[in-house]
Design a protein around this ligand. Sequence first.
Ligand code: SF4
Ligand code: SF4
Length: 214
Amino acid sequence: MIITRQKLIKEILSSLTGSKNIFLVGCAQCATLCKTGGEEELIKMEKELGAEGKTITGKSIIDPACHLIKVKQFFQKNKKGVLKSDAIVAMTCGDGVQSIADGTKDTSVKPALDSLFLGEIQRGGHFVQKCILCGECIIDKTGGICPVTICTKGLLNGPCGGSKNEKCEVDRERDCGWILIYKRLKDRGELDKMKNISDPQDYSKQIKPQKVVL
Ligand code: SF4
Ligand code: SF4
């Protein structure tokens, strides 16, 4: 899931300078789960922008906002409300903002959220980064724990030797990722995997923008 955080309202207002009539769009998937772009957050944003003299011409949630065809269909149905607007405020991840911008080329689109990372939902409102989408998954060798993400230095062959009391030398508040990997492998009786030397990653797989066509 894409984890997002709302920008400060003063930043959103700054992007809306010169725009009076605003259409709000949220996303039924990640932004709703993150409580940054669901029903409640749209209502709150409507009140906050209204208090600053903006007129909300409409508000709606797309399921999901990163699906270009659904976005285009949505704007076909909601053309009137959107055409009355000077700007759309997108309470979605950055991908959703761009799908909305592609789907409605006549109206400017302003992001209300910052997209932070791909995250695991550990419990309500508690999200943790576990994968940075490196394009070459190697966690079969590391007990299902990603060293690229969880080791602060992203070491493929750890540990670095700097950990103390099982904490990382870069940040003593964090668990050392390679000690977590060691413990997992030990629990599974797979400690011999610690002796494997991983090859460097193929960074060409991270060249952007990426595309998959099925
Ligand atoms: S190695 Fe880590 S960052 Fe790369 S795909 Fe696997 S989990 Fe994601
Ligand atoms: S102390 Fe552990 S988590 Fe921190 S950089 Fe070294 S190996 Fe990685």
